[in-house]
Design a protein around this ligand. Sequence first.
Ligand code: FES
Length: 111
Amino acid sequence: MDEVRLQSPRVVLCAGIHCRRRGSGRIYHQLKRWVPQEAFMLLRAPCLRVCGQAPVLVLYPRGDWYGRMTQAGVQELLQGGSPDHCLIYRMGAASEKSPSNPLPKTPSDLH
Ligand code: FES
């Protein structure tokens, strides 16, 4: 994989059983239908180990993890917004953790 490809935006959608039961398949097809393939790489991953937050979507390189993702949340994301009501973890945010930033230090803290 070349460097340019690694720098391009990637969406990793969990395809584990809990996420599939809670609609990750619909989200996948929504993303495939609405976004040109050259805009970002759409990847599916096995269980991301935060099943209680299903369906889970991770956006790179931003490093934002979204849980209980809805189609409306995906639409907001695609329009350049950040569906903060679905944000469950932000990479690099641990050092910023404060009462106003209650995000966990690591994704495994979401269990
Ligand atoms: S099935 Fe998606 S996080 Fe486990």
